[in-house]
Write a protein that binds this ligand. Structure first.
Ligand code: NAD
Length: 471
């Protein structure tokens, strides 16, 4: 029986391994992590992450051929294939701070593999890493133990949070990069054999190691660039009377452009887009490609601009101050169908409003009060001028209350902001919300999910990104 071990039981390691276990009943899959509480949650009733369909997959295989454990060394030693899916955040200090990927978690995982292995292994980069990382990993592995043979593969993950299980069941492609040697090709084939249990052959792409590593950074940069492009267009729409939804529809009909990922919003978030672009920028700079680095930097700058623009629009609409005004924040996660708040635009928007002394009443169906208070108490990481993350002085938390219902959030509020596109926000009783708000009642739709005309008929003053302003 082939044995797989995955180091890192996070948003990627957990779901990807659960799907491999489901689709390959004859493969034993162990997911290991240094976090005792995370592993306990994977083994309990309340999984550590919210992802539609995940619970069903986990309960079908857990205890059968899927195991979650903190006994990292044992499972790594026994495995034929070791995936490494640890976090690779942006460095906050030292060389490359604010841009380069922090590979300390990866390095310690690689050293541990080298220390405990007593059989040949395929080591798979599942985390997103800078191009050429495999070279450094090979050095760690081979310098520590010369008798044992390792093959490094790059198999970046393209799942999107919120649709992870669907994406894993039916991926657009699976990318596997490896060495062009016979051993490298054999390792690629072994990993292909795993995916071939459910992924059609023509969707499994094989490349050299560096192409696979770079393709993941490139894919995230392209996706984020698309959002920044449409968001840049949204500002121009507001200035000219065009409607960004109509523009997106019109340009998306061009088959060279395509209709997906063209929704204008308050900005992109999540743990990956910004960090991976910064990583790309750093790699470009290290290779002397300043103009290319500047091009990608602009994608993040436009994203920051969009968040600031949204805050400024709220404040300027409400007589140029939100001081002492209650504002309901509907949605805090970086997108719908996840409880993940890493780099969510809600953090910057809320901080902008708190900076002008607003009182916030926040509701999100999947985000806890602890997450929100913690996120709002951290200083913003300034990638242009990196500094350590430090807690902000506590008073901000007094301006924030977290509630468990959208109606409660909006009661007596001067304004409502939609910051996450949760489906339930589309079908709220907006008449009831209007009746219980201060007047004039404002709605700021940061996701363009509401029917502007209907809201105006009710009596709201509406700002929806990239749409013509109130007549
Ligand atoms: P995560 O923070 O949710 O999970 C990483 C896990 O690794 C944590 O539970 C941590 O405790 C564990 N870990 C760290 N060092 C360890 C060690 N030495 N031994 C054992 N466990 C260790 O991160 P994530 O969101 O799952 O992302 C993992 C990687 O996948 C990152 O490189 C990310 O860029 C990439 N990725 C993420 C997504 C996404 O949507 N989240 C999508 C594609 C790729």
């Amino acid at each position: 029986m082939v044995k797989i071990c995955c180091i890192g039981a996070g948003y990627v390691g957990g779901p990807t391994m659960a799907v491999i276990a489901l689709k390959c009943p004859k493969i034993e899959v162990a997911v290991v992590d240094i976090s005792v509480s995370r592993i306990a949650a994977w083994n309990g009733d309340q999984l550590p992450i919210y992802e539609p369909g995940l619970e069903d997959v986990v309960t079908q295989c857990r205890g059968r051929n899927l195991f979650f454990s903190t006994d990292i060394e044992k499972h790594v030693a026994e495995a034929d294939i070791v995936f490494v899916s640890v976090n690779t955040p942006t460095k906050t200090q030292g060389l490359g701070a604010g841009k380069a990927a922090d590979l300390t978690y990866w390095e310690s995982a690689a050293r541990m593999i080298a220390n405990v292995s007593n059989s040949n292994k395929i080591v798979v980069e599942k985390s997103t890493v800078p191009v050429k990382t495999a070279e450094a990993i090979e050095k760690i592995l081979t310098h520590n133990s010369r008798e044992i043979k390792y093959q490094i593969l790059s198999n970046p993950e393209f799942l999107a949070e919120g649709t992870a299980i669907q994406d894993l069941f039916n991926p657009d492609r699976v990318l596997i990069g490896g060495r062009e040697t016979p051993e490298g090709q054999k390792a690629i084939q072994a990993l292909k054999d795993v995916y071939a249990h459910w992924v059609p052959e023509d969707r499994i792409i094989t490349t050299n190691l560096w192409s696979a590593e770079l393709s993941k950074l490139a894919a995230n940069a392209f996706l984020a660039q698309r959002i920044s492009s449409v968001n840049a267009m949204s500002a121009l729409c507001e200035a000219t009377g065009a409607d960004v939804t109509q523009v997106s529809h019109a340009i998306g009909k061009d088959t060279r452009i395509g209709p997906r990922f063209l929704n204008s919003s308050v900005g992109f978030g999540g743990s990956c887009f910004q960090k991976d672009i910064l990583n790309l920028v750093y790699i470009c700079e290290c290779n002397g490609l300043t103009e290319v680095a500047n091009y990608w930097k602009q994608v993040i700058k436009v994203n920051d601009y969009q968040k600031n623009r949204f805050v400024n629009r709220i404040v300027s609409s409400m007589f140029n101050t939100v001081s002492g005004k209650k504002i309901a924040i509907l949605g805090f996660a970086f997108k719908k169908d996840t409880g993940d708040t890493r780099e969510t635009p809600a953090i910057d928007v809320c901080k902008g409003l708190l900076g002008d002394k607003a009182k916030l009443s926040i509701y999100d169906p999947q985000v806890t009060e602890d997450q929100i208070q913690r996120d709002l108490s951290m200083k913003k990481f300034d990638w242009d001028h990196p500094i350590h993350l430090q807690p902000m002085s506590p008073p901000a938390s007094k301006q924030v209350s977290v509630v468990w219902d959208a109606y409660q959030a909006a009661k007596d509020a001067h304004g409502v902001c939609i910051l996450t596109e949760w489906d339930e926000f589309k079908t709220l009783d907006y008449q009831k919300i209007f009746d219980n708000m201060r007047k004039p009642a404002y709605i700021f739709d940061g996701r363009n999910i509401l029917d502007v005309e209907k809201l105006r008929e009710i009596g709201f003053i509406v700002y929806s990104i990239g749409k013509p302003l109130d007549p």
